[in-house]
Design a protein around this ligand. Structure first.
Ligand SMILES: [Ca+2]
Ligand SMILES: [Ca+2]
Length: 101
């Protein structure tokens, strides 16, 4: 045990394939677990979904940095809403539900 470590590539940095998704919120990062679906079919998992009594919530990392930046919520009544993350301000902002373009 001489204390040498080989950890230059072992920890910390983003971009890992198949890594956990992290949810930035209020200055913290929440570990959501590994991505379970690949919404843009590039072979890299980018989303996971959770269901609860109020509906379905999908967490998506759109730019593959490992941090969730899009939350889509589908209510039990079928209403869809979404929030996007602004990394420069560190805040989430809700998109208008039902907006057509
Ligand atoms: Ca993907
Ligand atoms: Ca991201």
């Amino acid at each position: 045990m001489d204390g040498h470590h080989f950890d230059d590539d072992a920890t910390g940095t983003s971009g890992g394939v198949g890594a956990h998704l992290w949810l930035p919120e209020a200055g913290r990062l929440w570990d959501l677990g590994p991505a379970t679906s690949d919404t843009d079919a590039d072979g890299v998992g980018d989303s996971l979904s959770r269901t609860d009594a109020e509906g379905l919530t999908v967490f998506t990392d759109t730019d593959r940095d490992g941090r969730v930046d899009l939350i889509t919520r589908v209510g039990a009544d079928g209403e869809i809403s979404s929030s996007t993350y602004d990394p420069t301000s560190g805040t989430w902002s809700a998109a208008k539900p039902g907006r057509l373009r």
